[in-house]
Write a protein that binds this ligand. Structure first.
Ligand code: RB5
Length: 150
């Protein structure tokens, strides 16, 4: 599995921890976004990078980090075909896979501790989509996209 990982400046330090964690597990990472935590870098650019990497088939999943996770999750969800869950703990990270088949998880570096964040990463990568009634709802999301993202 290949992961595209990007953040703005507010997410930089946590992103480095996530990157190290993934690489220790032998997972290939496409790292993008801010190159330091001190120079402002737009979460819009970081979110666009993640969504494009997924849509272009460069990565299987994405992890998006900004200060709250809110801005970057909004950006990623503007792309047709992408489902991004803004998660705050291991349970929501698991559920965004199991129920929503999210390809991208967003989190907030200013509101999520490092240990929790890494447990969220593991849950997000390990959990399969449950399909069944959840597939019906995900298909309804796709139908809505066809209708409104013309
Ligand atoms: C950056 O200061 C902050 O606005 C950004 O990281 C994010 O929290 C926006 O949603």
């Amino acid at each position: 599995m290949k992961i595209t990982l990007a953040s703005d400046h507010a997410g930089y330090d946590l992103r480095m921890k996530v990157k190290e964690h993934l690489e220790k597990k032998g997972i290939e990472v496409i790292d993008g976004g801010a190159t330091t935590g001190s120079e402002p870098y737009s979460y819009v650019l970081a979110g666009q990078k993640i969504a494009n990497d997924i849509l272009e088939g460069k990565a299987d999943r994405g992890i998006a980090i900004c200060g709250t996770g809110i801005g970057i999750s909004i950006v990623v969800n503007k792309f047709k075909g992408i489902r991004c869950g803004l998660c705050s703990n291991e349970y929501t990270a698991r559920m965004c896979r199991q129920h929503n088949d999210a390809q991208v998880m967003a989190m907030g570096a200013r509101v999520t501790g490092q240990a929790v964040a890494l447990s969220m990463v593991d849950a997000f990568l390990d959990e399969p989509f449950a399909g069944d009634r959840h597939a019906v709802r995900v298909n309804d999301i796709k139908a809505q996209e066809e209708e409104f993202f013309k």
